[in-house]
Design a protein around this ligand. Structure first.
Ligand SMILES: [Zn+2]
Length: 138
């Protein structure tokens, strides 16, 4: 509309297509930018090595003859970071005790890596779900 208005006002016939091309180019640029941003948001990537090292150091603080962590998997989605893992502990622990330890591990992970969301599965020492096949769980 600005192009048409200016063309009428100035009688420069070339101005309308020039403005139209500029507008079209801007729309395309915005579109490409938007697509790139949304694909960024959808793509899951691995955690940065230094963040993963921080997670491992934090877990090591809790590792104990009776507590074992395994199946650690992590991902980054947009600005969010996630870590999933198993925490194996003696089968005769009460649920309350197990949950308390899990709470401390979660707290420690979240303070080590701000914004990290940890999902910790509690399991008895000698049990792996679905013979360790993680894909079946998700
Ligand atoms: Zn496990």
């Amino acid at each position: 509309m600005v192009g048409v208005g200016l063309t009428v006002a100035t009688d420069w016939l070339w101005l309308d297509p020039v403005v139209a091309i500029a507008v079209a180019a801007n729309i395309m640029r915005e579109g490409v930018h938007l697509m790139w941003r949304s694909s960024e948001g959808l793509m899951d990537r691995a955690l940065e090595p230094e963040v993963l090292a921080q997670v491992e150091r934090t877990l090591a603080e809790f590792t104990h003859p009776t507590i074992r962590f395994d199946h650690v998997s992590s991902r980054r989605s947009g600005q969010r970071r996630f870590v999933d893992l198993h925490m194996h502990m003696p089968g005769d622990w009460t649920l309350g005790r197990a949950a308390a330890v899990r709470g401390s591990v979660e707290q420690a992970l979240m303070s080590a890596v701000p914004g990290l969301r940890a999902t910790i599965q509690l399991l008895p020492s000698d049990v792996e779900p679905h013979s360790g096949d993680e894909e079946d769980l998700i």
